[in-house]
Design a protein around this ligand. Structure first.
Ligand code: ZN
Length: 263
């Protein structure tokens, strides 16, 4: 950041939603969802703090929604794409359903590999990017975080708003992958923090007899998506605000033919 005071002024951005992390408990907003977006010009945005489940229905965006946000840089967050969103400012504009159109937007945020993203992070705080990947393994690891200990306010009732249940999964989903377009890639491991994967697991758990059986099914599903030879797989990578480690916020699977239909 330049340190220019005008950076701190509120400005309006129109963005297409390309990723949503699982809700995290928040002291000031009950819970918040860190959201990835991309503007018409290809500027990538990290938008927070957004109490998505508590917003008016007219503000509650989904994946691939176009929406307007009043945003401001946060001086304590150096990451290039990070913006604070003004409470109550989100306005939904529309939804993209066409796969080729979605792909065309994602292409603006693509990097050849994670190695390039690492370099860019150190050069100019680039902290979000999409990379084509190959899956090596998908596993569950017992989580070290415990909200009841680390975030005691999750136990508190809220004065004005009935709280919606927010469950912490007892494990963390982890992806081991290699960059598809870099033969020298030495493989990477990241946690998968996307909201839809947490939700998918909850749905599987309702359907199957035990959490173990649900996890088996979930693993099969994700592996089969990666195994589909007709598709290319991409990961939306973003860094952790404190540790700088890369996490996967979203996976995308696009037909190989899509590229050709575009040009
Ligand atoms: Zn790599």
């Amino acid at each position: 950041m330049s340190g220019n005071p005008s950076d701190l002024a509120w400005q309006q951005k129109r963005a297409l939603i390309i990723g949503r992390a699982s809700p995290e408990p928040s002291k000031t907003h009950i819970e918040t969802v860190c959201t990835g977006g991309i503007t018409e010009d290809g500027e990538v945005l990290r938008l927070y703090p957004i109490p998505l489940r508590y917003l008016e229905p007219s503000s509650r965006y989904k994946m691939w929604t176009w929406a307007k946000f009043d945003v401001q840089k946060n001086p304590s967050d150096k990451r290039k794409e990070s913006y604070r969103v003004r409470d109550g400012s989100i306005e939904i504009l529309g939804q993209i359903t066409d796969k080729a159109e979605r792909f065309a937007f994602l292409e603006k945020a693509m990097f050849p590999d994670r190695e390039t993203l690492d370099l860019r992070y150190h050069e100019d705080w680039t902290s979000i990017g999409i990379v084509e990947i190959e899956l090596l393994s998908f596993s569950a690891e017992t989580t070290k975080k415990d909200w009841r200990k680390n975030k005691p306010y999750t136990q508190q009732a809220h004065l004005y708003v009935p709280k919606k249940p927010l469950e912490q999964l007892p494990f963390e989903m982890r992806l081991k992958f290699r960059c598809k377009n870099n033969p020298a890639c030495k493989t990477h491991e990241s946690s998968l923090i996307g909201w839809e994967y947490m939700e998918a697991f909850r749905q599987f758990r309702k359907r199957y007899s035990s959490p173990e059986a649900a996890w088996d099914e979930m693993q099969k599903k994700v592996k089969s998506l990666f195994a589909d030879q007709k598709k290319r797989a991409f990961a939306l990578l973003g860094t952790h605000h404190r540790y700088g480690s890369w996490m996967v916020a979203q996976l995308y699977f696009f037909d190989r033919t899509l590229e050709r239909s575009l040009f």
